[in-house]
Design a protein around this ligand. Structure first.
Ligand code: CA
Ligand code: CA
Length: 313
């Protein structure tokens, strides 16, 4: 064995001697650049610190996220449509509260015996017209007092506390307590027109007639004055004012006055209240006081009585 080892060593030594290896001296070897360990250490420290900080931050964040459960913030859901809450009006104390009227709806007929109880005749228009003499101032001229058999010196002939003129205007008998109506008393007559289906009262001492040319009805006084009733056909849909404008284009329609009779017929009257127009259906009734070119009006109460007694069937 020792011989074998010795032989081996001899061999290696002989190889070494044969190769003659030249080894570069250490000073000529390219040394790796010396690392700046201090710098690296600082950088590494900074990086380490940063990492640590990062880790701590992440840890804190994770910790906080795990500790506080994420509660969904309940935001009030706004409804798609705004709910309209009914606004209850608050009653204001200043607003007047409508209380059902406890008053009487219809005028109660007074039981008083005042002379102003009945409707008064239309006022006599001021102008060129002259009113006939009314000695006792009861609304009837002296000529009318004769017609209705009353005293031209006593305003209330029958002493029932109603003036003679008022009674005539409202179709009552002014001459006596009974009979109370003019027709029953016989001081007026009933005129019936079958052609145009109407009727009126007229003074019993007057005469009724017909105009031969126009066919109009005439009520003739004992002098020249008369009252006429004319009936004209028209269209039902046309108003009375429109009819008047067509018939009397030169007249001022604004001067017409409204009129309502005792029996409820509404119409129009001219300014002097001597022409009255009442439209019923397709007919216009024209009731006129004809002064016969005179200026004195003696029969205004008669005219009012005829108008109030008109009945259209
Ligand atoms: Ca009189
Ligand atoms: Ca009387």
């Amino acid at each position: 064995m020792t011989d074998l080892k010795q032989q081996k060593n001899k061999k290696t030594n002989s190889v070494k001697a044969d190769l003659n290896i030249i080894v570069m001296p250490e000073e000529f070897k390219i040394k790796p650049p010396k690392k700046n360990n201090k710098k690296l250490f600082i950088i590494g420290g900074i990086v380490f610190v940063m990492i640590m900080v990062l880790v701590i931050v992440v840890a804190i964040l994770l910790n906080s996220s795990t500790k506080t459960p994420v509660v969904p913030v309940e935001t009030p859901t706004t409804p798609e449509k705004p709910v309209e809450t009914p606004t209850t009006p608050t009653p204001t104390s200043t607003e007047p509260v409508e209380t059902p009227s406890t008053g009487t709806l219809f005028p109660v007929e007074s039981t008083s015996t005042s002379v102003s109880n009945l409707p008064t005749p239309p006022e006599i228009p001021i102008g060129s017209l002259i009113t006939g003499t009314d000695s006792d101032g009861d609304g009837l001229t002296d000529k009318e007092e004769a017609i209705f058999q009353t005293s031209f010196r006593t305003p209330d002939t029958d002493g029932d506390s109603f003036y003679d003129g008022n009674e005539v205007f409202n179709l009552y008998n002014p001459a006596a307590h009974a009979p109370t109506t003019m027709l029953e008393s016989g001081i007026v007559k009933l005129y019936k027109n079958t052609q145009n289906n109407y009727e009126v009262f007229y003074p019993a001492v007057w005469t009724s007639g017909e105009d031969k040319n126009s066919g109009d009805t005439l009520f003739l006084s004992e002098d020249t004055e008369k009252i006429t009733i004319a009936v004209r056909e028209t269209i039902s849909s046309i108003s009375l004012r429109s009819w008047y404008k067509t018939e009397f284009p030169d007249s001022d329609i604004n001067k017409l006055q409204t009129y309502t009779s005792k029996n409820g017929y509404s119409g129009l009257q001219d300014e002097a209240r001597l022409n009255t127009y009442i439209k019923e259906g397709d007919k216009v009734f024209i009731i006129s006081y004809d002064l016969a070119d005179k200026q004195t009006v003696w029969y205004r109460a008669v005219y009012g009585m005829i108008l109030n007694s008109l009945k259209i069937n």
